[in-house]
Design a protein around this ligand. Structure first.
Ligand SMILES: [Zn+2]
Length: 245
C-alpha cells in the first residue's frame, strides 16, 4: 500500500468508540454533563459564587475525575459538594473520587439507606447488562437530609415528590435559571423500569406539575439531554401507554 492510500484508509476508518464526557454551559450557573460511558447519562454542575455543586456523581471514580478536569476548564472554584440524586451507580458511582478531593457527598436519608441495603444489588444488575462496569463498593453519602434540601443559598433545590424510577429519586430545581434536572425520572423514552414504582410514578409526576414551577428547560438524565417542560407530559403519556397486567 502506498502512503497516500494508507493515509486515506486511516482517515476513513470508523472512529474508535472511545466514550467521552463533556461539560457545556446551559444558562447562568448551570452546566450540562454528558457522560457517554456505559449507558450514557446526563448530569449537571452548578457553579456558584464561591463553590461548585455537582448534581449526580457520574458512573465511576474515573468519569468523576474526567468531570473535575472539565470543571477546571471553566472555574477555579472548589468542588465542595456532590448530590447523589438516587442510590444507583449512574448517580453515585463516582463518589470515591469526589470524596478523595474533599467534597461532601449529599443525599436524602432514603437514598443513603437504600445505598446501604441495595448498592451491591444495583451494581450486580448494572454489570449484568454492562459487563465492563466495575464491581465498585458503596461509598456512602456523608451529609443526609430527611427530605427536600437546598444548597448554594437556595440556588440549588432538591425536591423529593414520591417514588418513581426508584423509591428515592429526586429532582433538582435551579430557580434562577428556570432549569429542572429530571434525573433518571424524566427522559424521552421509558428506559429501565426494573426498580420503578409504576403505580406511584404518574402521581409523582403529577405532584411535580402541581408545583407550577416556571420551568423553561428540563435536563433529562438519559438520551437527549435538553427539553422543554412538556417532557413531563411526554413521560406521563409513555407510562399511561404501558400495557397493564
Ligand atoms: Zn439512570
Amino acid at each position: 500500500m502506498n502512503r497516500l492510500i494508507l493515509l486515506l484508509a486511516l482517515l476513513t476508518a470508523p472512529a474508535l468508540a472511545e466514550p467521552t464526557l463533556t461539560l457545556s454551559p446551559v444558562r447562568g450557573g448551570v452546566y450540562l454533563v454528558e457522560d457517554g460511558f456505559y449507558a450514557a447519562e446526563n448530569s449537571a454542575v452548578y457553579v456558584g459564587r464561591d463553590h461548585v455543586t455537582v448534581v449526580g456523581a457520574t458512573w465511576t471514580p474515573q468519569t468523576a475525575a474526567l468531570l473535575v478536569g472539565e470543571i477546571r476548564k471553566v472555574t477555579i472554584l472548589p468542588v465542595t459538594e456532590v448530590i447523589n440524586t438516587n442510590y444507583h451507580p449512574d448517580r453515585a458511582g463516582g463518589n470515591a473520587y469526589f470524596k478523595s478531593i474533599g467534597a461532601m457527598i449529599v443525599s436524602t436519608r432514603t437514598t443513603r439507606n437504600l445505598m446501604v441495603r441495595d448498592w451491591d444489588k444495583a451494581v450486580a444488575w448494572t454489570r449484568s447488562g454492562l459487563p465492563a462496569y466495575p464491581a465498585l463498593s458503596a461509598v456512602l453519602p456523608d451529609t443526609v437530609y430527611p427530605g427536600d434540601f437546598s444548597l448554594q443559598d437556595g440556588k440549588v433545590k432538591a425536591l423529593y415528590l414520591g417514588p418513581s424510577h426508584t423509591q428515592d429519586g429526586i429532582f433538582v430545581w435551579f430557580p434562577d435559571e428556570k432549569i429542572l434536572y429530571g434525573n433518571c425520572i424524566l427522559k424521552e423514552k421509558l428506559g429501565n423500569l426494573d426498580f420503578a414504582d409504576v403505580a406511584e410514578y404518574p402521581n409523582t409526576l403529577r405532584k411535580l406539575k402541581a408545583l407550577n414551577l416556571p420551568i423553561a428547560t428540563v435536563i433529562a438524565g438519559h438520551y437527549a439531554p435538553l427539553h422543554g417542560p412538556d417532557l413531563i407530559d411526554r413521560y406521563l403519556a409513555l407510562l399511561e401507554a404501558m400495557p397493564k397486567d
